[in-house]
Design a protein around this ligand. Structure first.
Ligand SMILES: *Cc1c(COP(=O)(O)O)cnc(C)c1O
Length: 231
């Protein structure tokens, strides 16, 4: 269990890392949003983080995310869906998520747009980019990015907000995040408001911030290690 005091300490440590990385990169701290990835953690941990000032929470499984969002509905939290998303869950995700980081195919655009329209909500959408072409880890290849971006930009209830990536397992994170930054530059020629770059997790947030990340998704460094097999 993570007690409130432990959470306060680990949040402080993560904040210190984010601030140091911003300084090192000549960036201001408000340029980077910390998204606390609370998958596998109870809603009480999210409430404890909220009491410590955190407002942005990330989840990767629809049923778990939905239950937490419902039980904490009275708190002013923004819910970020960061995990692999199945089209048949998109309608549900659209009912509580504020930002979806993992849009990588047309079927998801249609399903999220339908769900957002049905509930009269507006979702910020990030296009998840594959930096190594590994199809098992999700993400669209850059060749298909522009077309997907056009569809999101034209979809009711969705706003194209930027890009997201997970650093490939074997790659140097610095190089991977630099590549993501240039992909973001190219997308912004057609979509100037797609400013967000969601990159960096517990192990590589410094490299991501050095390359221009505007959102870091941090789980383990806040909550400790998750049980094996639960991603
Ligand atoms: C779980 C997860 C994270 C958080 O990873 P940590 O290494 O625990 O910080 C970030 N992004 C995505 C897409 C995740 O699934």
């Amino acid at each position: 269990m993570t007690g409130g005091a432990d959470l306060a300490r680990s949040l402080e440590a993560v904040e210190a890392r984010v601030s140091a990385a911003c300084s090192a990169a000549g960036r201001r701290r408000p340029e980077v949003l910390l998204v606390a990835v609370s998958k596998t953690r109870p809603a009480s941990d999210v409430a404890a983080l909220h009491a410590l000032g955190v407002r942005d929470v990330g989840e990767s499984r629809d049923a778990e995310a939905r239950a937490k969002a419902e039980s904490l509905a009275e708190l002013d939290l923004r819910w970020h869906f960061v995990g692999t998303l199945q089209s048949n869950k998109a309608d549900s995700v659209a009912s509580y998520a504020d930002v979806v980081h993992s849009v990588d195919r047309l079927s998801l655009v249609r399903a999220l747009s339908r769900g957002a329209a049905r509930t009269a909500r507006r979702l910020d959408v990030l296009l998840q980019v594959s930096l190594d072409g590994d199809p098992t880890r999700g993400g669209v290849r850059e060749a298909e990015l522009a077309a997907l971006g056009e569809r999101v930009a034209g979809a009711e209830g969705l706003r194209l907000a930027g890009v997201m990536a997970v650093a490939p397992r074997e790659a140097d994170p610095e190089r991977a995040f630099a590549e993501l930054a240039s992909i973001s530059d190219r997308l912004r020629r057609d979509h100037p408001t797609a400013l967000e770059i969601s990159a960096g997790m517990s192990g590589d947030l410094e490299a991501a911030i050095a390359s221009g990340a505007t959102m870091v998704r941090v789980g383990t460094a806040l909550f400790g290690a998750r049980p094996p097999l639960l991603r």
